[in-house]
Design a protein around this ligand. Structure first.
Ligand SMILES: Cc1cc2nc3c(=O)[nH]c(=O)nc-3n(C[C@H](O)[C@H](O)[C@H](O)COP(=O)(O)OP(=O)(O)OC[C@H]3O[C@@H](n4cnc5c(N)ncnc54)[C@H](O)[C@@H]3O)c2cc1C
Length: 521
């Protein structure tokens, strides 16, 4: 779903809010916040988490020594490694491919996204890497967004506005738009890491509480609850208002009050003039991760699952397992670019008590994506069709949309449906069998496209145990503190360190590399 505004949230203001840009948050400001927390939500052990070995390897078992080891080859780890490639480094990745949550499949000439779909216009670190490596980004053609609402389709920005106005009336709609514009404008005035600011206060309340406090009508809350689930794997009642505001407000950034619905709004799938301000590569975001991996070459070890990190004198001892068995490496610096929960398990003996406490409060949402292949298109009139509340999935994407526009490739129909949990605490999605998933997908899909099931000739299901780190209230204070206490030779990267997006994860990798470079001299 929409990740259009990361340049505004993850790069500049959120970095400032987190105190990363200036590293100026005083410990005294954050520490009491953490201590006051009555009972931090305890993260339950999730599936797919390695158990650390108890025995430390001995010195003569060390096979090789490095300046730095990067654990995980998602965009965070790849970015960190890219910046450190002048040093003697190695990246250890447990999967047999790079990219982590950014992954693609192929079918009859088309490449379809199974995880990361698209970005806002890249800036900073990511933009520079993209330019250095010659990766071509393309704007997603319009209409980018569509809604299915009360049995009707609404196309593009105009159509979506129309559907909201039908629910809440023109006056309320214009009022909501103005409120969101006001909240969004505040990001430009965000004071340097001021946790007493009005905006930072929004980190302490849920998005629902904030919506209620400004009187957002129930119909809009319901629509944005679906958006929140799609974007964050969590509901408006679970995420902090600060996480939700920019995503929602961005849609209204340049909007003007609507005076005359009939004259000002058109509901048509042919809104070709609109700029989506959303970007991908013709064959998906994996072009970026693949290009970085190519640049890193043999520095990356695939199929290498790290099981334990310990400390011996000045060095970290990293144990990993591949098809040949157990291996032991040593390095002066380690960057953990893996989900917080896995980092906690494999590096328990080298993380500080406070790091462990904060990381233990970062829960992940589970998520599924399902690609459905067909000989004739099921949906091909917009890139992203949002479903209303009460459907098994939040979105239906036309996975051929970008390639058809830019390359006219292939002749298959592919849609992907993105399936979020009802609450991030509910991980039962991961236990559903393929048949259960497909039956539930068809049951919802046929409410939108009757007889869709008969057209489907194949499918591809992807399960994400660590889809999104959930930014519950207080998250930004916690993360700011985590950045402050993480320096030296054991560093943390990943989207949980800034914001749950590709670009923010890249930024976290760059920040870790910067600290590592200082350490390495
Ligand atoms: C379905 C879905 C859709 C999304 N859509 C978008 C979108 O449209 N736009 C956007 O900006 N963001 C999107 N996101 C979020 C985005 O994918 C993530 O924020 C980003 O990819 C996180 O990158 P990362 O490097 O932090 O983590 P990951 O990509 O998860 O990388 C971590 C890597 O560590 C490896 N690893 C884990 N444990 C070990 C171990 N013990 N040893 C070695 N390696 C290990 C993993 O295999 C993985 O490769 C989406 C996420 C999901 C799940």
């Amino acid at each position: 779903m929409k990740k259009k505004n990361l340049q505004k949230i993850s790069r500049r203001d959120f970095l400032r809010l987190l105190g990363i840009a200036s590293l100026s948050i005083s410990a005294s400001r954050c520490a009491p916040l953490l201590e006051e927390e009555a009972s931090p939500p305890e993260v339950k052990p999730q599936e797919d988490v390695e158990t650390a070995q108890t025995e430390s390897p001995s010195a003569d078992e060390i096979e090789a020594e490095y300046d730095a080891l990067v654990i995980g080859a998602g965009i965070a780890g790849l970015t960190a490694a890219y910046h450190l490639r002048g040093h003697h480094i190695r990246v250890l990745e447990r999967a047999d491919r790079v990219g982590g949550r950014t992954l693609s499949g192929t079918h009859e000439g088309y490449t379809y996204a199974k995880g990361t779909e698209y970005l806002g216009e890249p800036e900073g670190t990511l933009a520079k890497i993209i330019a250095d490596l010659g990766v071509q980004m393309v704007e997603i053609p319009s209409p980018m967004d569509a809604h299915f609402h009360n049995g009707e389709f609404y196309w593009g920005g105009d159509g979506i506005a129309l559907s909201y106005i039908q629910e809440i009336g023109l006056r309320e709609y214009n009022r909501f738009m103005k409120t969101m514009q006001g909240a969004y404008a505040e990001y430009d005035d965000l004071p340097e890491t001021d946790f007493d600011s009005e905006l930072a206060r929004l980190d302490d309340i849920t998005a629902r509480e904030w919506f209620n406090s400004i009187g957002v009508p129930e119909a809009l809350q319901s629509a944005y609850n679906v958006t929140a689930k799609g974007l964050f794997g969590a509901t408006l009642d679970e995420i902090s208002a600060l996480s939700a505001i920019p995503e929602i407000a961005f849609d209204f950034e340049d909007a003007e009050a609507i005076e005359d619905v009939e004259e000002d709004l058109e509901n048509t799938p042919n809104q070709k003039g609109e700029h989506s301000e959303s970007y991908s590569c013709v064959t998906g975001i994996t072009e970026i991760t693949d290009a970085i991996a190519e640049e890193l070459g043999e520095r990356i070890a695939l199929g290498a699952q790290v099981t334990q990190i310990t400390r011996a004198g000045e060095q970290y001892i990293v144990t990993y397992e591949d098809e040949d068995g157990l291996h032991t490496l040593a390095a002066g610096v380690v960057i953990l670019a893996i989900p917080a929960e896995i980092a906690l398990r494999i590096a328990a003996s080298v993380l500080s008590a406070e790091q462990k406490k904060i990381m233990g409060q970062i829960a992940y949402a589970a998520y599924l994506t399902v690609a459905l292949f067909s000989d004739e298109p099921i949906f091909d009139k917009a890139f992203d069709l949002a479903a209303p509340e009460g459907y098994f999935f939040t979105d239906v994407y036309d996975a051929t949309w970008i390639q058809r526009h830019y390359e006219d490739e292939g002749d298959a129909g592919i849609i992907t449906v993105y399936i979020a949990p009802q609450s991030y605490k509910d991980r039962s999605l991961l236990d559903l069998s393929e048949d259960e998933i497909l039956n539930r997908v068809y049951e919802s899909l046929e409410r939108i496209f009757p007889n869709a099931r008969e057209k489907v000739s194949g499918y591809d299901i992807q399960r994400f145990p660590y889809a999104y780190p959930v930014f519950t209230p207080g998250a930004y204070q916690r993360i700011a503190r985590l950045h402050e206490i993480t320096s030296g030779s054991l560093l943390l990267a990943g989207d949980y360190m800034i914001y749950p997006t590709f670009e923010a994860a890249a930024e976290s990798g760059a920040l870790a590399a910067e600290k590592a470079a200082d350490e390495l001299g």
